[in-house]
Ligand binder design. Structure first.
Ligand code: SF4
Length: 466
C-alpha cells in the first residue's frame, strides 16, 4: 500500500536481505537489526509518499498528555526530494506480499527489508517528539501477511501512542484497502488524517501494474471512511478520549506517468474524488522508473506533476471544472504554460475583461491574477479607478494578465488578443505548428525539470497563485 509511498522508484540492491521477508517479527529479529538500521530503511522507503500534508486537526493538548495537534499547526517543511520534515515519516514495514511494478518495496524487488514492532514506533515517536525533532507521525506500511494483519499492527502502534504515552500530536496513517471496517474504524479514531491511495487513474492501469489491487476495493475504503466522517462514526473510541473519527479528513495519492492515462482522466478522477468523498487533498507523484527490468516511463514527469497540481488548485479554489480545463480532444495539460493560461487561450473570446468592473470570480479566471490579487483589486477599486501601474503594485503578474484585461478601457497586450501569438510569447515556443489543434498536443513526459521554470512560475508553484 502503502501504497504508494509507493515508492515507485528505485531498486536498492545494496545489502539485499531476503531472509527478513516473511513477517514483521522475523524481519526485525533474524538479522538482529537495530532501530537505527530499521529507521534508515523504513524512512527511506516512505519518502516517496507525498500524501502527508496535514491540516484541519483540532486535537487539543490534555493536562496529563503531551503534544497538541491544534496549536502546533503542523506546518511542514518539504525537502527537495519531497520529504516532510516535521513529521516522523516511516513505514511500519517494507515487507510486502504485493508486487506493484512502480514500487521499490514490491515483493519481487531485491531490497533490504525491515519491520518495526508497534512498541518501537511508539517509542521512536515519543523520543523524537521530546527532542523537538518532530511534531507528529506519518505512518504507512507495505502489506505484510494480509491487509488486516498490517492494519492491526498499525492500530497497535497508534493505540500505544495515544493511550499509553498520551500523545496528542498529529498522526497521519495509511489505510490499506480490503481491511475490515472495525480496523479502519480503530485507526480512524486514533489518527487525525488517513489516506487510502488510489495509486493509478484507471482500473486497467491497476490491473497492469498493481494486479493485487482493485479500484473497487480502494474506492470502497474511501467511501467507508467518508461515510464514517459524515455520520460521526461511533463504533470505537479509545478509553477516556473524546476523539472524533478522522478529524482532519482523508487524502489520496496517484502515481503519474507510469501508464498511458491522460491528464484529463486524472483531473476528472480528482474532481470526482473531491465531490463524492470530500477528500481534503489529492496528491500527484511523478513516476520515476523503478528498474531497468521494468520498461515503463523513461523520465520522471516532474513538470507534468507540477501542472497537475496547478489544475487541482483550479478545481479546488477557482471554481473550474475538469471539463473546462481539459477534454477528450485536448487530454493533456500544456507543458510550457499553466492550465489557467491554457484555458484562457482556448477561450479567448471571453477576453479582455475590464478589471475595474469584472466580478471576483471573473478576475480569478484571468491568468496572472490569483485569489490574493483578485481580492486586492476588488478592495482597491472601491477607492479609485485602477491603472496598469496599480495592478503591478497589487501583485498582478502583468506578463500574463496584460493579454486578457482592459485597464480603464486600455488594452496592454499584443494589438489584438491572438491566442497563437500569446502562446508563443508566454511559452517561448519557436517550433511552429498549432498547439491548440487536437492532434498537436505537446508530448509528455516533460523534458525540462522544475528548476528550469521561470521565477513567476516558481512563485506560482509555491503560493498557488495562478
Ligand atoms: S508493492 Fe506493497 S508497498 Fe509497494 S505500493 Fe504495492 S502494496 Fe504498497
Amino acid at each position: 500500500m502503502a501504497e504508494s509511498h509507493a515508492a515507485r522508484h528505485g531498486d536498492d540492491k545494496a545489502g539485499a536481505d531476503r531472509t527478513a521477508i516473511g513477517g514483521t517479527r522475523a524481519a526485525g529479529r533474524r538479522d538482529r537489526m537495530d532501530i537505527k538500521e530499521k529507521l534508515t530503511i523504513l524512512a527511506a522507503a516512505a519518502r516517496y509518499d507525498v500524501s502527508c500534508a496535514s491540516s484541519g486537526s483540532t486535537r487539543k493538548g490534555t493536562a496529563d498528555g503531551i503534544g497538541n495537534a491544534a496549536s502546533s499547526g503542523i506546518c511542514h517543511s518539504w525537502t527537495s526530494d519531497g520529504r516532510c520534515v516535521s513529521l516522523l515519516k516511516i513505514l511500519m514495514t517494507n515487507v510486502c506480499i504485493y508486487d506493484c511494478k512502480y514500487c521499490c518495496s514490491r515483493s519481487s524487488n531485491d531490497v533490504r527489508r525491515a519491520a518495526f514492532e508497534p512498541e518501537e514506533i511508539a517509542d521512536l515517536t515519543i523520543s523524537f517528539y521530546k527532542r523537538n525533532y518532530i511534531e507528529g507521525l506519518f505512518l504507512s506500511s507495505a502489506v505484510i501477511a494480509s491487509p488486516n494483519r498490517t492494519m492491526e499492527l498499525m492500530a497497535h502502534a497508534l493505540a500505544l501512542l495515544r493511550e499509553k504515552h498520551k500523545f496528542n500530536g498529529y498522526i497521519h496513517a495509511k489505510v490499506i484497502p480490503n481491511t475490515d471496517p472495525a480496523l479502519m474504524a480503530k485507526v480512524g479514531f486514533l489518527a487525525d488524517r488517513v489516506s487510502c491511495n488510489i495509486e493509478l487513474p484507471s482500473n486497467e492501469s491497476l490491473t497492469a501494474l498493481a494486479p493485487q489491487k482493485s479500484k473497487d476495493a480502494i474506492l470502497g475504503s474511501m467511501r467507508w471512511i467518508h461515510d464514517g466522517i459524515r455520520q460521526g462514526l461511533d463504533v470505537y473510541r479509545p478509553k477516556g478520549r473524546q476523539s472524533l473519527f478522522v478529524p482532519a479528513g482523508q487524502s489520496t495519492q496517484m502515481v503519474v506517468g507510469a501508464t498511458k492515462d491522460t491528464d484529463y482522466q486524472i483531473v476528472r478522477l480528482a474532481e470526482s474524488l473531491y465531490g463524492k468523498y470530500r477528500l481534503r487533498r489529492v496528491y500527484y507523484s511523478a513516476y520515476i522508473p523503478a528498474s531497468p527490468k521494468v520498461s515503463l516511463a523513461v523520465r520522471p514527469p516532474l513538470v507534468r506533476e507540477h501542472r497537475l497540481y496547478q489544475a487541482d488548485w483550479l478545481l479546488r479554489f477557482y471554481r473550474f471544472s475538469a471539463s473546462e480545463i481539459l477534454s477528450e480532444k485536448h487530454p493533456f495539460l500544456f507543458e510550457e504554460i499553466d492550465p489557467k493560461t491554457g484555458w484562457a487561450l482556448r477561450n479567448i473570446g471571453r477576453f479582455p475583461i475590464e478589471v475595474n468592473k469584472a466580478g471576483y470570480y471573473d478576475l480569478l479566471r484571468v491568468p496572472g491574477i490569483g485569489q490574493v490579487t483578485a481580492g486586492r483589486i476588488m478592495e482597491a477599486r472601491k477607492h479609485s479607478t485602477l491603472a496598469v501601474e496599480d495592478l503591478k503594485r497589487i501583485g498582478v503578474v502583468l506578463k500574463r494578465a496584460r493579454h486578457f484585461i482592459l485597464c480603464d478601457g486600455k488594452y496592454h497586450g499584443l494589438g489584438e488578443p491572438d491566442p497563437m501569438r500569446i502562446y508563443r510569447l508566454l511559452a517561448g515556443d519557436v517550433r511552429g505548428g498549432n498547439p491548440f489543434a487536437p492532434t498537436a498536443q505537446l508530448e509528455l513526459p516533460a523534458v525540462s525539470a522544475l528548476v528550469s521554470l521561470p521565477m513567476d512560475e516558481l512563485r506560482s508553484l509555491v503560493t498557488g497563485e495562478l
